[in-house]
Structure formats: structure tokens, C-alpha cells
Design a protein around this ligand. Sequence first.
Ligand code: ATP
Ligand code: MG
Length: 216
Amino acid sequence: MTTGITIALSKGRIFDDTVPLLKAAGVVALDDPETSRKLILPTNRDNVQLIIVRASDVPTYVQYGAADMGVAGKDVLQEHGGSGLYQPLDLQIARCRMMVAVRDEFDYESAVRRGARVRVATKYLRTAREHFAEKGMHVDLIKLYGSMELAPLVGLADAIVDLVSSGNTLKANHLKAVEEIMPISARLVINQAALKLKRETIQPMLEAFSAAVPKI
Ligand code: ATP
Ligand code: MG
């Protein structure tokens, strides 16, 4: 008997970019999450199923063993804290940068130099708190759940902490990136107990993923 495993993925870029890696490991989803309403997707292998969860929920499913492994952005893992998770592999997918951005006309450097109290809106509270604490800056953090770019435009905040890839969204909203906090990419995460108990299924997948990741 082979041990069954469950892999947690989020719809959109994480799913799309993980498909080729799964294929390299001999796993093909039998449903498309963009068109199917199913949250549990069978695959061509009867010992592997995929579950579709919110991107920020992937670490939680894997931490509690409801999924044996998953794919999550470093941004999400940073906020979650990574407890109970083994993170063996940077998959080099969903790459972008965690940045501080302000309105075009806002003088961020001067605000930093003057030690001004800066209002920062973000969905990444923990990452933002750590970043500004390291810089010795006093900030008031405002938690948002999306559309962070709007906050500086309507006076909710002076700055935002958000993910940036092309910068087109910032530009379209008259914002500029002023500081990089960290480069972001998605990681493979594995439940620590599952790695031991289901090693015969997980280890070969880990090796196939690892061989399929572009070496940068
Ligand atoms: P939701 O859309 O459900 O609120 P989300 O915005 O976190 O959640 P996605 O937009 O699918 O979900 O992002 C998933 C992951 O992809 C993020 O956690 C991040 O690691 C990465 N990501 C987000 N935005 C970009 C981007 N512009 N370019 C590349 N990777 C990105
Ligand atoms: Mg999104």
C-alpha cells in the first residue's frame, strides 16, 4: 500500500506556476480550479490529491497536517511565522518584491531623516513591523486586506508595504517604490510529521520538484 498525500495550493499564479513542477513529479490535476467549483481536486495518481485554499491559508493547512505539503509565497510564510513547517525548497515561482511605496510627491527620505511618524497601510503587519523596527522608525500600522495602493491616495496612510512586480499598478496610481524590504518567491512547505510518516511518497516528489526548479 502507498500512502496518500494532500497538497495545498492557491488558485491563480501559484497554481499555474506549480502545474509544470507537479508534472515533473508525474502528477497531473484532473480538474482546473479556475473553472471547477471543487475544492478537492483528484489527480492522475490515486495517492495524490490537491486542495484549493486561500494563498494566506496554505501554511495553516500544512501546519495542522490537513495538507501534507503546499506552496506558499515567502510573504505569506513571513506573516504566518512558519511554525510546524519544513521549508526545503525555494521554487523560484511567483517572484516579486516586498516594497515600501508612497505618493509620487511624498518625500520619504526626508520623513525618515526627520524621524517623522509615518502612517503605513498594509496587509503584511508582521513584516512591516519588523522592517521599520530594524530601521528604528516610528510607524503607525494600519491593517488592510487588499487594494493597498488606494490608501495613500485618499489620505488613509503616507506609505504602503506591498508586493510589486512590474510596478505598473504603482505607476497607474501615482505611487513610487522607495525601499525594498525583501525579494519574494514561493516555497515548498511540508508538514514535519508527514515528512517522517509519508517519506516514501514525499521524498521522490521533493526530489522531482528540486530537479525541475530553475537554478538561479
Ligand atoms: P487573495 O487574492 O486571495 O487575496 P493573494 O493576493 O495573497 O490572496 P495571489 O494574488 O494569488 O493571492 O498571490 C499569491 C502569492 O503570489 C502571493 O502570496 C505572493 O507570494 C505572490 N504574488 C503576489 N503578487 C504577485 C505579483 N504581482 N507578481 C508575482 N508574484 C506575486
Ligand atoms: Mg491577490
